[in-house]
Design a protein around this ligand. Sequence first.
Ligand code: ADP
Ligand code: MG
Length: 728
Amino acid sequence: MNPRFNALQLTGKRNRSLGKELTSVSTSEIFATHVFNQHVMQKMLPREIFRNVQEAIAGREKIIPEYADPIASAMKEWATKLGATHYCHWFQPLTGAAAEKHDAFIDWETEDQVIEKFSGKQLLQGEPDASSFPSGGLRTTFEARGYTGWDPSSPVFIWEGGDGVTLCIPSIFFSWTGDVLDSKIPLLRSDRKLNEEVLRLLKLTGIEATRAYSTLGLEQEYFVVDRGLRNLRPDLVLAGRTVFGAPSPKGQELQDHYFGCVKDRILAYMREFEVAAFKLGIPVKTRHNEVAPAQHEVAPVFEKASVAVDHNILLMELMRQIALKHDLSCLLHEKPFQGLNGSGKHCNWSISTDTGINLFDPTDSPENNLHFLILLTATLSAVHEHSSLLRAAIGSAGNDFRLGAHEAPPAIISIYLGDQLESIIEAITARGTISSSPKHKYDLGLQVIPDLTKDYTDRNRTSPFAFTGNKFEFRALGSSANPSMAVTVLNTIMSNSLHQILNEIEQNIGEDRSYSNKTLLDASIPIIRKYLLASQAIRFSGDNYSENWEKEAAKRNLPNLRKSIDAFEAFKFPSSTEAFKGILSGSELTSRYEVLLENYAHTVRIEANLMKDMFQTQILPVAIRQQKEIAKTISLLQQINSGLDNTQQKEWLSKLNRLVEEALQNTHLLDEECHAAEKLFFKDKARAYCDKVIPVCQKLREIVDQIEPLVDDGQWPLPKYRELLFMV
Ligand code: ADP
Ligand code: MG
């Protein structure tokens, strides 16, 4: 039998529920039990050491070296009780995924006996061979030394995978020469820089806080398909997306999946990964079906940005691994299915203080919210000045398929603020009114803001960067991405524009340190107005999906970087190097650019080879057999009665013949283009894959998708869209 039918039969027999053990667990009882959490630390560590660790978590102190041994020993004791046999430094190299190298907790006790041991030195630093991680030219293979170092700001956790239990130490990763080789260091540095500028702002405007940091809430979209069906598709196995596939007669047009009842089998799966996430202290809160069939979303409650990023990486891994237990496959690719919605990872981003104020929530401090207006202005200015850099931060071959199609934001970066904020900005920027009665108008502008609650801002789902009442939602990020770079760029450009604005306001105030509220407003409003006017082009409230917006954006001189490889250039802009001072050096930024380009070329090459392979070995044989069948039938019928009319059958045959010929021509062309691209280097190579290879891939797909409905369903080897999307 065609293995496809076997797999289809099996989908009906899969387990659809969890045992009582998992369905009835209490969230509060299991939450963070696999984390070396505050409660555990307080119990296990001497008071002074506990204090030091808490300060290190908050970023105010370094771990005192003499304390490392007792901390490591407590961690080991706690972890071995939970079954851990190994430890690892868990870090995020530029591959985008997490990396880990496990070491057993062993040390020689006597010549032939070991004991379980974990030292402070092992906790603080690791030395994985760095030679095989991408560095974008920062480090050649003969200088392979790379170091990992414990990052106390992110919680230490226990990972259970297969039958292994490992103590994981979240770490940073850098080279012997001190170059940054990971995505964590820049994120932490950008947060520190943001902290400095925001504290300056709060001091100026009289708001109490000793620390400010970015917060991040990630809405993760994903598809889930039956694993048996997925295993029959080499494209899903190797590329995470379908490179062929005719549309299903029913797609997402009825919208009956969105927020619909979650199927039992999916719910059992969701529940199991939620339980695992809770144990790791990941506050997963929301789950629902998304617009496309087989598409879903999970969203944890927001956290400090660097912790939220770690949690997102862990959550994606849990989702992948736990799917296997349910004979499912979790697809995190941005565009697994052509013609249907892609998957994004919405970054809800804001800035909080240690005193509990959400600085993008004007209702959090209604009596005094000049800081809100300044932050808003700084955001508009930052995004306006660095929109290409933001586009670069979310670029990838996968996300290019998603952006600008089916309910995904376009590649043009713009900001949606909602009517209320727009009218406040209008009032401030309309020079005449302000200068005629400054005091009155300032108050008007500022007093309106407190009335603004979340529900006052209309939803504009089409905007890539929308203010949603108490935070910004950056929707352009792709589902599979490590969100670090996007948040690092946001924090970085925000710090820079705040820096400029605050400098100018302070200059206006002059030497007087005991300025009144009025002095502060008089000094601030003209600067705010200036920056609002300069960044006007970035504000857009209309439909971002419309063609008119593309034209309008062009008039406004906003970059429209449809292809990621064009956007990546922004990492090398002098303005980016300037903004990234103290976070990443020019050569470190260039290394990101090179890693991204390389990754892009690899991805396209893999998909091109896959297409060629699948066409030649799976699709062509079926198509040829079909041609033979039709040809044989026509000729037999002619033998029986030469007067029979076979026009339509001949038509069918010649259509199939034409498509097979065209597909063969295109596979040939694909081969040539890939060979030519491989001879080039870096930028030229990526450009060739983008401009020469992808169009041939698209053409080949168009042809093959026309062959699919013309041939015997019984022979078709690849699970079809209708099966992948609806048979769970
Ligand atoms: P919706 O956008 O659907 O109305 P919510 O407002 O609850 O839903 O938020 C969506 C996401 O935004 C959630 O992940 C939530 O935790 C996150 N979020 C809410 N407030 C903040 C904040 N201050 N900073 C960062 N993320 C936030
Ligand atoms: Mg949302």
